[in-house]
Design a protein around this ligand. Structure first.
Ligand code: HEM
Length: 476
């Protein structure tokens, strides 16, 4: 039996997919109440796509039946233009090999080497914020946050030797990111031939060609002068297959570098924007956060082992990712017909798993729309394989950069709130836009005021290391 097809509302041209695209937070819960865990929406020019709202079925797709699905949705099509066949977009044997090669570069132990770089870049951004106008300045934080996370991934990738070229890479990535946002907002533009002389295509192609050239130059330079680098590029260059001893080709390396840039900056920047917003609009939680940061902020520079002293910071981050999962949905395409929840899923069916819906599920969470970091206290925290909480995805295609991102968010949350207090500008409307990432639609205009934090604490030995609830790995 085929899953039920949504009968209303239906746009005269764009079918029910129009409502999924423009107002998912309203319609997905409404349809989930009407249908039983799985239903189809009409998609113009494509036919129909399945939406899964049952936690059990979502887990089957992502975890137990993952081999019956690939990533072929339109969003991944846009990403493929930018990332080629990197880890996010590749499939089958290529993906398997690449995942094995790339994963060790993101092991929590590897993060030690880049911790102080992340602290340094965050402090640099805060200094700039300070210089921009001192206290009570209104700033749209989306751009500065995006520049900061781009700066961090760029230095993590290329350490400090090629920062001139790496800066150019960052500029082009920013241009391409803007292009991808426009393409997702106006998907019909992608139906036009890319050879048409429209700025929409020519700007993107110019940036892509430039990037290609720079990244190839960076790779060639590193192959010729390997030196002693402790960065992602050197890890990727050194990675080779166990049986054959074969490393990555230049083309594959280019795709992985682009993938890390694109996957590794907007997601974290948007997550941080939502953290600042949520904390700023909940004064009691803000006070608890400030108290913890002030009580444990160490003398000298923040170090990796200090992170264990800030469990409430971590709870705030986890709860923010629950309310605003920056990857708000994951898409799959069925490659092998099978039965799911009593329905027949035909080969070629596109499937959408709206993560936010599970995070806001009333049956799993009490008052799910409230911001309550205590849901993530040690006693109440959901298990790592919870079907109701998976901001970094689940199963074999789960996020490879989760530790990287969580460490970065810890550093930023601590340092931002140590130095400043944030308030949304009066009259400014904060609204989410559901593109590939859940981003602040109109930006995040905030009044930034200096705080007078308490004196730093004399260094003592840190408590038990902070572990990652998704993988059990150590963060500090
Ligand atoms: C708050 C920040 C982040 C969030 C919320 C996030 C979320 C996700 C999610 C949900 C997926 C799975 C997508 C799917 O199943 O289709 C994913 C995959 C991925 N992420 Fe992240 N991510 C974040 C940061 C990062 C960072 C910092 C990097 C790298 C530096 C990264 C690299 C990747 C890669 C390479 C994949 C593809 C993995 C594969 O298919 O094998 N992400 N991410």
């Amino acid at each position: 039996m085929k899953p039920p097809v949504v009968d209303s509302p239906r746009h005269w041209l764009l079918g029910s997919a129009y409502y999924l695209r423009y107002d998912p937070q309203r319609w997905v819960p409404e349809w989930a109440r009407r249908y039983n865990g799985l239903f189809m929406v009409q998609v113009p020019f494509v036919g129909e796509a399945a939406v899964v709202t049952s936690p059990e079925l979502a887990r089957r797709i992502l975890v137990t039946k993952a081999s019956c699905y690939q990533k072929k949705s339109r969003s991944y099509g846009v990403l493929r233009i930018l990332m080629g066949d990197g880890l996010v977009t590749s499939e089958g044997a290529l993906w398997k090999t690449q995942r094995k090669l790339v994963q060790p570069a993101f092991h929590p132990k590897r993060l030690d080497a880049i911790f102080s770089m992340k602290v340094d870049r965050t402090l640099h951004m805060l200094d700039e914020l300070d210089e921009a106008g001192g206290s009570d300045t209104v700033v749209d934080l989306v751009q500065p946050l995006s520049r900061l996370t781009l700066d961090i991934i760029s230095r993590a990738m290329f350490s400090s030797d090629s920062q001139g070229m790496a800066r150019d890479v960052s500029d082009h990535i920013a241009t391409l990111n803007e292009w991808a946002l426009r393409a997702l907002r106006h998907p019909w533009m992608l139906l036009l031939p890319r050879k048409l002389p429209l700025p929409f295509f020519s700007d993107m192609q110019r940036s892509l060609a430039e990037l290609e050239r720079i990244v190839h130059d960076l790779i060639r330079e590193r192959r010729e002068h390997p030196g002693d680098h402790d960065d992602l590029l050197s890890m990727l260059l050194a990675a080779c297959e166990e049986d054959s001893g074969r490393g990555m080709s230049d083309a594959q390396l280019r795709d992985e570098v682009m993938t890390m840039y694109v996957a590794g900056h907007e997601t974290t920047a948007n997550a941080m924007a939502w953290i600042l917003y949520l904390v700023s609009s909940h004064p009691e939680i803000e006070k608890r956060l400030h108290d913890e940061i002030d009580a444990h902020f160490p003398e000298g520079e923040l170090r990796l082992e200090d992170l264990a002293s800030f469990p409430y910071v971590r709870q705030v981050i986890d709860e923010s990712l629950r309310l605003y999962p920056t990857i708000w949905s994951v898409g799959r395409c069925c490659t092998e017909a099978h039965e799911l929840g009593g329905y027949h899923i035909a080969e070629g069916t596109n499937v959408l798993i709206p993560t936010f819906h599970f995070h806001w599920n009333e049956e799993a969470w009490e008052n799910p729309r409230d911001f309550d970091p205590d849901r993530f206290s040690p006693e109440r925290r959901p298990p790592p394989d919870s079907p109701h909480y998976f901001p970094f995805g689940a199963g074999p295609r789960g996020c490879v950069g989760n530790h990287f991102a969580l460490q970065e968010l810890m550093i930023m949350t601590i340092l931002f709130h140590r130095r400043f207090r944030f308030r949304v500008e009066e009259g400014f409307k904060v609204e989410g836009e559901f593109l590939i990432t859940l981003r602040p639609k109109h930006g995040m205009r905030m009044v930034v005021s200096k705080r007078t934090p308490q004196a730093p604490m004399a260094r003592s030995k840190a408590a038990a290391p902070l572990t990652c609830p998704y993988s059990g790995g150590t963060l500090g």
